[in-house]
Design a binder for this molecule. Structure first.
Ligand SMILES: NC(=O)c1ccc[n+]([C@@H]2O[C@H](COP(=O)([O-])OP(=O)(O)OC[C@H]3O[C@@H](n4cnc5c(N)ncnc54)[C@H](OP(=O)(O)O)[C@@H]3O)[C@@H](O)[C@H]2O)c1
Length: 299
């Protein structure tokens, strides 16, 4: 049931020389509780990042609103100067007021400030990829993205950003965005239990665009399913590993960014790339999210 792969193989972002290992790392969990303030143990956070890169991960997902600022500052402390080939993907479009909530920050000035915050806190002159985060965490909210995306396209022309992606978007917003500028990746909520983006994934796969599911393990509500537990027990892997292996086998344009603050969980997650799920097990796992509905949107 295991296969030899290097982090799930790799995928080149369209129109770029960025060849990403399909098993990446999501850095949100490195901030303190509630993605606010510093973590209890900064050295442990640094160890997770260094272990990921040492294991060959070359795709780190982050944002300056994690912490805020804290996660990017820890990434810089752990990894700067960055090794050749490491691709940092960050996002703008939200901010964290003092009450620790998440609110939209999509005005021209907020986007410009956020790009400069990311550059400063990551210690970079140019950002590899920026996702424009549009909707709320549980799903997209409809409306034109022309204004904010045009601002980012302008910053790209100025050389502050290499490539653009979209996050928390609907199919219509994706179509609108692609008419404005080249989109290299889409980052939406998707996992075994939340399958509302199935059609988008197929469409992006045909067009060679990466799909990067956030909350691949369920995020703040870890995936729980008897079918998942049964598959894990049969394969002698953990349920989280099976959930990640399912995503890797779901479509070749899916890139994973599971989040963890633990070196042990990181190693476990990376090992999921060696797990080959048999077809009949995939069929039974597919039933978990077959009828999934969009959850109410809150930013
Ligand atoms: N675009 C957006 O709006 C958006 C929204 C949310 C997240 N994201 C991005 O997506 C990335 C992934 O999302 P996420 O971190 O929120 O959710 P996730 O990857 O689905 O799950 C992370 C949670 O699972 C736990 N975990 C990780 N590996 C585990 C393992 N092997 N066994 C048991 N538990 C494990 C983590 O706890 P431990 O720390 O204890 O391991 C953490 O509580 C984030 O880091 C962020 O970069 C983007």
């Amino acid at each position: 049931m295991t296969k030899q792969t290097e982090l799930g193989g790799s995928f080149t972002l369209p129109g770029t020389a960025m060849n990403l290992k399909r098993m990446g790392y999501g850095a949100m969990q490195l901030a303190g509780p509630g993605v606010w303030g510093p973590p209890r143990d900064v050295d442990a956070a640094i160890a997770v990042l260094r272990e990921a890169v040492a294991a060959g991960v070359n795709h780190i997902d982050t944002s300056d609103f994690y912490g805020p600022h804290v996660t990017n500052q820890i990434i810089k402390q752990a990894l700067h100067p960055y090794p050749e080939g490491l691709v940092m993907v960050t996002k703008v479009g939200a901010r964290r007021p003092e009450d620790k909530s998440w609110v939209h920050a999509l005005s021209r000035q907020e986007l410009i400030d956020a790009v400069h915050d990311n550059l400063r806190n990551l210690g970079l002159d140019t950002l590899d990829v920026i996702n424009l985060r549009v909707g709320g965490v549980m799903g997209p909210s409809e409306g034109s993205i022309e204004e904010p995306l045009t601002v980012l396209a302008e910053l790209k022309r100025q050389g502050l950003i290499r490539h653009l992606g979209l996050s928390n978007v609907s199919p219509d917003q994706l179509t609108e965005g692609q008419a404005i500028t080249e989109i290299v990746c889409v980052q939406n909520l998707y996992n075994l239990a939340h399958r509302h983006d199935d059609a988008i994934i197929e469409d992006l796969a045909h067009r060679g665009i990466a799909y990067v599911p956030f909350f691949p393990l369920g995020g703040f509500s870890p995936l729980q399913s008897t079918a998942l537990d049964a598959a894990a027990a049969a394969l002698q892997f953990t349920p989280m590993q099976v959930a990640l292996a399912w995503l890797l086998q779901r479509s070749p344009n899916i890139l994973l960014i599971p989040g963890t603050s633990s070196v042990e969980h990181l190693r476990e997650n990376l090992r999921a790339a060696t797990l080959q799920l048999p077809a009949e097990m995939i069929a039974s796992l597919d039933l978990i999210g077959k009828d999934s509905k969009r959850l109410p949107t809150n930013v």
